[in-house]
Every structure is written in C-alpha cells, then in structure tokens.
Design a protein around this ligand. Sequence first.
Ligand code: G6P
Length: 371
Amino acid sequence: SAAEKGGFEFFMDKEIEEQPAAVAQTLLGHFDGSGIVLDELRLSEDDLRTIDKVFVVACGTAYHSGLVAKYAIEHWCRIPVEVEVASEFRYRDPVLNRDTLVVAVSQSGETADTLEALRHARRQKARVLAVCNTNGSQIPRESDAVVYIHAGPEIGVASTKAFLGMLTANYLVGLALAQARGTKYRDEIAREYEELTKIPDAIATTLTLMDPVRKLAQEISTAKAILFLGRHVGYPVALEGALKLKELAYMHAEGFAAGELKHGPIALIEEGLPVVIVTPSPVTDPLLHSKLLSNIREIQARGARTIVIAEEGDETVAPFADFLIELPKVPKLYQPLITTVPLQILAAEIARAKGFDLDKPRNLAKSVTVE
Ligand code: G6P
C-alpha cells in the first residue's frame, strides 16, 4: 500500500533513502569498547586464528559485496581471499580444509546455490560464516558464525540497502579476523570501527546530491548501452552499477576493470556512448587516480559521454567529465558505501523514465530458492 511505501512511489525508492539507517544498524553493537563482536560465534578465537584461507561465496549483488571484501580482508588480515559465485564454487572441487573459512553472503539466507555451496564446504570440514539479512533463515542456521545485516526487510527485488549492509558486515568480518590473528592492533581496529560509524552521515549527504543524477538519467534513458569502469574497490561498484541497470532498466550494461580498457572494451567506445567511471581519491590513492584519469581522457577523446564519479574537490577530472558527480570523502576501502548510491539512482531513474516497475523487474525473483 501507499502507506507502507512511506510516501515513495516504490519500495526501492524508500529502501535507497533508508541506507544511512541500514548501515548504522549493521554496525550497531558490533564493538564492545575493546574489540569487534560477531552475532553468533560457534568458533573459538583459536579457530579464527588458524584460518589461512577465505572463500566468499554468494550470488548476484551479494557476490559483488564479496568482491569488495577481498580488498579489505587481504589488506587487513594477510590471508588469501577468493570470491566466487556459489553456482560455480559448488560444482568445482575447491581445495578446502578445517583452516578454511567460507563466508556465505545472502540477503535472504535462502538462495539455493549459496546454501549448497556452504553445505559442500562443511562436508570438506571448512568453517562457515554467514552474512545475512534474514534472522533464522537457513544459511545462518547451518553456519558456525553469523553476522546479521539488520538492514530491515527489503521488498524491492533489486537489492540496495541490503547491499550496503552486506558491505558493512563484510568489513566487520575482516576486522574480527584481523583481531583474532593479531594482524592489526586493537586501537587500529577501534579506529576503523570509528571511521565506519561516520559513513551513515556521508551516505545521507550523498543522497542530498542526487537531483542532477536524476536529470542525467532522463537524458540518457534512450541510450543503447551504458558502460561502467572502476578499479580496486571501484571495480565491484562498476559491476554492481551495470547489474542494477540490467535488472531495472533492461538495458545492456557492462562493468569492466578500468585497467582492461585497452584489452577489449575500448573497441566499444563510440560517439555519445555513456560511460560511467568510478574514480578513486586523488588524495588517498594518487597512483590509481592517475590511471583512471588517463582512461577518462581516452574515452572522452573518442567521443563517448564521460560520467565521472569523483571525490569532492577533485579538480583534475573536471575538464574531462561531461557529467561530474562529486561525493563526500571517506577512507579508500569504504568508498563503495558511497559510490554505489548514484549508480542505484541512475538505474532506478532510467527504469522509471521507461515506465518500468522498480520493485518487480520482469523475470526476476527476490530469492532464488531453486536452481
Ligand atoms: C536474486 C535477487 C538479487 C540477489 C540474488 C542473491 O537474484 O534478484 O537481487 O542479489 O538473488 O540473493 P541473496 O538473498 O542470496 O542475497
């Protein structure tokens, strides 16, 4: 009903606006003054300490959250992390043992492939940790440890607030592992948690900056395709931006690692093609920023329409941006919590301009409980 949607046209609109609160809820209660605490932990600190390999398994948007987690966990914990779609993982013969941690990420907690991937992992004696939004669902019930996202019920089929919640919960998992392994000092972990608690405000600010993105969406709604480029944690964001556009606007969209531009995608660049570039901070990541800047110039020189997502105050990108989206500054690893937002809005507004149902995209289900 209209009341349930709180005055918004679609649940998805409401869920996008709820994202600052969702991330705050995910963080709540996970720091007790001395360290990170998980919701349910049927593993000892010793079990966590001996983990020497992590697999993240998930489907769809949840898989993209896992790709981001890899950057954070490897950096903080010095443990190799592989991220794989559950439907591939479960039918390979992945090398697992009791020192392997398999992190199963799922909004619903009922996705068939993710559930079977975790069962496969358990049969091989691996430990399983669930990151999930639905209390008491099957995936957390069959896991050794759980971090609930607490993003609240998500009605829109295309995931938004649960995605930001997953990203946040995955960071907590990384920090908990770093704590158990001693690869980060307690005060560093406290500082990371503190930085995370500032993110909801930065998301709220981001949401106030979205009107120009809505206008842009109207203008590019008739494009044949849209490309998305990113690097480092911006790469999974590019993939997620493309997925949202496919799901909601039924538009051809591809996400690429920007460093691969010359290895194929550049052949797709043509006059007027909208290309969204997720740019890292020139301050915290000057090296990759300079690489992205040269990508943006190459794309613009070939006549494409550059839509640049950049950190506020980044003056170097402006001359090469046909459309510039400036977003609040946050620590490098946490940027996906901010840069995803304009991509959600872009997909939603293009879909709306085309007259599509944002909550129930054709052919898709909220939870895929059969193969
Ligand atoms: C379906 C939904 C996606 C979701 C994926 C994984 O495909 O349409 O939005 O990302 O399932 O769902 P899960 O509940 O496991 O996160």
